[in-house]
Design a protein around this ligand. Structure first.
Ligand SMILES: C[S@@+](CC[C@H](N)C(=O)[O-])C[C@H]1O[C@@H](n2cnc3c(N)ncnc32)[C@H](O)[C@@H]1O
Length: 295
């Protein structure tokens, strides 16, 4: 399915990235290094599990869904997920992965920009990870933020992860991994733009803070070197411990540059008191003892 009309935006590089890494979905949307990919993906998902007040009856829009990394994570936790993306190749990959995993409550469509083809107040949660930085124009990024806010229900949420730069916006002509422009904005750009749309910041953390990551990657490399399958469980535990370190330090170190997680909530009384239940940071300690369920 194709929706939207405008052809602006970095379409071709994403199609190319998907093609290059068709058999390694994380490489197409996170980065080339598998160790780092695994960690980044796990750390982000741990923060989501920790901070998002998800409910089984939620409908979710995954804007810039790529090959479905988030849509497929949300699917078992909510009622339905719609993923849209500029890149037809990514959308095709998302359909394929959903079918391989037999996930039925997701749908994907190519979105060519312009007004989002959804009614006002359609979604309980809109997810948008690493998309706004690939919209180099501030005016266009704001237009997208207006659309994301419009389709969010009163009392609903928008979760974003964006690479930010505290000291000032940086416009990269070529990001490297992604062969195109990227705009690392100041966090206030997002906080202010969402506030203008009636969305208030509920939670703000960095997703890649932990000094444990260096230790983690060394252990991971050492274990990989032995190529010993039963050690996978150890690797998962090491990842889980490091990720929990990130959760505990993430809020404290959010004044660093990096990949920031923002959770916004739309004004408006949903008539559902107590719907927002952000867990205390310490509750994440308990999760260290639970089996790690990565991606
Ligand atoms: C780094 S990937 C992230 C994919 C996914 N959100 C994730 O975190 O795994 C960026 C994705 O955003 C999509 N994208 C970039 N600009 C977009 C826009 N204006 N509208 C919709 N999708 C866009 C790209 O096609 C690409 O699939």
């Amino acid at each position: 399915m194709l929706i939207g009309s405008n052809t602006s935006g970095p379409k071709d590089p994403w199609d190319a990235l998907h093609g290059e890494h068709a058999d390694y979905p994380l490489r197409a949307v996170v980065g080339r290094e598998d160790d780092c990919n695994h960690y980044t993906d796990a750390a982000q998902k741990a923060i989501y599990a920790h901070a998002l007040p998800l409910r089984k009856d939620f409908s979710v829009l995954d804007f810039g869904c790529g090959n479905g990394r988030w849509s497929l994570w949300f699917a078992p936790r909510v009622a339905r997920v719609v993923g849209v993306d500029l890149s037809p190749e990514m959308v095709q990959a998302a359909w394929r992965l959903a079918s391989e995993k037999n996930v039925k409550n997701v749908g994907f469509a190519v979105f060519k920009g312009g007004a989002a083809p959804f009614s006002d107040n359609s979604f309980d949660l809109v997810n948008c990870v690493w998309v706004l930085k690939y919209i180099p124009s501030d005016a266009e990024a704001v237009r997208t933020i207006v659309e994301l806010s419009r389709v969010t229900k009163p009392g609903g949420y928008i979760a974003i992860i964006e690479q930010v730069n505290w000291s000032g916006a940086r416009l990269l002509e070529n990001e490297g991994y992604f062969q195109g422009k990227a705009h690392y904005r100041k966090p206030d750009f997002y906080i202010d733009a969402f506030r203008e749309c009636g969305m208030h910041l509920e939670y703000h953390a960095i997703t890649n803070a932990s000094p444990l990551f260096g230790i983690y990657s060394r252990i991971r490399r050492a274990l990989h070197a032995q190529d010993n399958a039963p050690l996978t469980t150890t690797l998962r535990c090491v990842t889980a411990l490091s990720v929990q370190g990130d959760l505990l330090t993430g809020r404290m170190t959010r004044f660093r540059n990096g990949h920031h997680f923002f959770l916004f909530r739309k004004d408006g009384d949903t008539g559902e008191p107590g719907r927002l239940k952000i867990p205390k940071p310490l509750s994440s300690l308990v999760r260290v003892l639970s089996p790690f369920r990565g991606a």
